[in-house]
Design a protein around this ligand. Structure first.
Ligand SMILES: Nc1ncnc2c1ncn2[C@@H]1O[C@H](COP(=O)(O)OP(=O)(O)OP(=O)(O)O)[C@@H](O)[C@H]1O
Ligand SMILES: O=C(O)[C@H](O)[C@@H](O)[C@H](O)[C@H](O)CO
Length: 167
């Protein structure tokens, strides 16, 4: 049985880091913060308020895919944060030799903008939120994964994900 990788996805500020760290702790699975896999040029671009292009994201997605694959080859299931906004990005991550499933943190622009307005110490400017929603393609019915509501508390979201792991 292949190892699983749960990719916690959604727009900037949807709570990926918050939820994924809790989830990884609960499951005891290795965790990767997708933000840390960006080439320096991508971080500089986002910091400057410029949305990433498909070409910018491709090398980043490849390194994440490779990390998932390496862990799976060692028999380890993983939790990863990655915005994974477009289906093509998720297709790339699914190339990993693992059971790759997505957890979409779904919420309104209003709620997420409000949270971003109160977050400090992060390179991603709130002004990029509209571009994130513009790029977002929700999970298709044929894509393995679940959608959770970010209005719920992080612990409740983790409970919901764990409860559905055996689906
Ligand atoms: N379910 C939640 N309820 C209340 N506040 C939350 C919830 N999830 C996250 N937050 C808060 O919202 C802000 C954004 O969360 P977080 O940094 O985890 O998002 P992110 O998706 O990882 O963002 P980015 O993609 O920009 O790194 C943080 O200040 C966090 O504390
Ligand atoms: O695809 C993207 O535009 C990026 O991945 C962003 O979403 C950031 O990495 C992150 O979510 C912001 O901190």
């Amino acid at each position: 049985m292949a190892a699983t990788s749960l990719v916690v996805m959604g727009v900037s500020g949807s709570g990926k880091s918050t939820v994924a760290k809790l989830l990884a702790g609960r499951l005891g699975w290795p965790f990767a913060e997708g933000d840390e896999f960006h080439p320096e040029a991508n971080v500089a671009k986002m910091r400057a308020g410029v949305p990433l292009t498909d070409a910018d994201r491709e090398p980043w997605l490849r390194t994440l895919r490779d990390w998932i694959g390496e862990q799976a080859a060692a028999g380890k299931s993983t939790v990863v944060t990655c915005s994974a906004l477009r289906r093509a990005y998720r297709d790339l991550l699914r190339e990993a030799d693992a059971d790759v499933r997505f957890v979409h943190l779904d919420g309104t622009r209003e709620l997420i903008a409000e949270r971003l307005a109160h977050r400090s110490g992060h390179f991603m400017p709130p002004a990029l939120l509209d571009s994130q929603f513009a790029a977002l393609e929700p999970l298709g019915p044929d894509e393995a994964g679940i959608v959770v509501d970010v209005a719920d508390a992080p612990e409740d979201i983790v409970d919901a994900v764990v409860a559905r792991l055996d689906d």
